[in-house]
Write a protein that binds this ligand. Structure first.
Ligand SMILES: Cc1ncc(C[n+]2csc(CCOP(=O)(O)OP(=O)(O)O)c2C)c(N)n1
Ligand code: SF4
Ligand SMILES: [Mg+2]
Length: 286
């Protein structure tokens, strides 16, 4: 669906599903200044989901979708995991790839779109869990960085394979025990944000999703830099409240606690990325 090519015929409006009419009339299509401040007032690109009540992944998804500068021309590539439960409910182009392959699929899509639509900006954004991004998909993730693909990769790090019932991942904290990892993690958490820097990403950020505005800023920077320069990587802490034994209203406090330690806000950018970010700031798009 595109803001520019999509228009509801007034004569047929009464027969069009309300969801579609709402999107046309109250979504923030075509406004590059859209952001999380629009959430209370405009039509969201996701309204329903089947994640656990209070799951921080759902908040992360809302903030990310509200922050995309160009949603009508954005393609989201997803992988299997809890996040994938949300994708059928998103009013955007999405591709569900085989678990772990998401960065390879996104690379292909980005390249084809550049050939097919040379005069249009098409953003390709990968959204996947820690198991998909770092464990099973690490090869495809890093290779896309090495090749300097102009895509943004966002990792939802809940430090566990949540969707399959609680196996440890490379991003699980040392010593943590899960339902299906009873012996406890034997080695330290893999610092994926550092691997991303070492592998050629031009913008890298690590944060929790406790602050919607901060998530917005990071997502916009990552997307603008990916457009102009090369691969960008955003590492979000989205705790699995179910697996760490928290209640549905405890997610925010858990993230605020981690803001002070292993998920303290961290940002890296190359000089070229900084130039792009400064230009975007001058245009008041950040
Ligand atoms: C090729 C392949 N291998 C394994 C699986 C099984 N599988 C589905 S979801 C999942 C774990 C997902 O973990 P993560 O990426 O961390 O996402 P989360 O569910 O924690 O959000 C696994 C191993 C699969 N669907 N496909
Ligand atoms: S299992 Fe964990 S990560 Fe998955 S939806 Fe529930 S709380 Fe969220
Ligand atoms: Mg996970």
């Amino acid at each position: 669906m595109s803001y520019n090519i999509y228009e509801i015929n007034e004569d047929l409006k009464e027969f069009i599903p309300k969801e579609i009419v709402d999107l046309q009339e109250r979504a923030t299509w075509g406004n590059p200044k859209r952001g999380v401040m629009d959430l209370p007032y405009s039509k969201e690109l996701v309204e329903e989901h089947s994640l656990c009540a209070g799951c921080p992944e759902s908040a992360a998804l809302r903030y990310i979708l509200a922050s995309l500068p160009n949603p009508e021309d954005t393609i989201i590539v997803n992988s299997t995991g809890c996040t994938s439960l949300v994708f059928p409910h998103i009013a955007l182009h999405t591709v569900h790839s085989l678990f772990g392959n998401q960065n390879a699929v996104a690379s292909g899509i980005k390249r084809v779109l550049e050939i097919r639509f040379p005069d249009k900006v098409k953003d390709v954004v990968v959204l996947a869990g820690d198991g998909a991004t770092v464990d099973i998909g690490l090869d495809c993730t890093l290779q896309s960085f090495f090749r300097q693909e102009r895509i943004t990769t966002i990792c939802f790090d809940n430090e566990v394979y949540a969707n399959t019932g609680g196996q440890e991942s490379g991003l699980t904290v040392k010593g943590y025990v899960f339902k299906m990892a009873p012996k406890g993690k034997q080695f330290d958490k893999v610092p994926m944000w550092q691997l991303a820097i070492d592998s050629g990403c031009h913008y890298v950020a690590r944060l929790t999703v406790s602050s919607p505005k901060r998530v917005e800023q990071v997502i916009k920077k990552a997307i603008y830099v990916a457009r102009e320069v090369g691969p960008t990587y955003v590492h979000l802490y989205t705790p699995c409240i179910l697996e760490i034994g928290l209640n549905s209203d405890d997610g925010l406090e858990e993230m605020r606690n981690r803001d002070k330690e292993r998920f303290a806000f961290f940002e890296y950018m190359t000089p070229h990325a900084e130039e792009v970010i400064n230009k975007v700031k001058e245009e008041c798009l950040l």
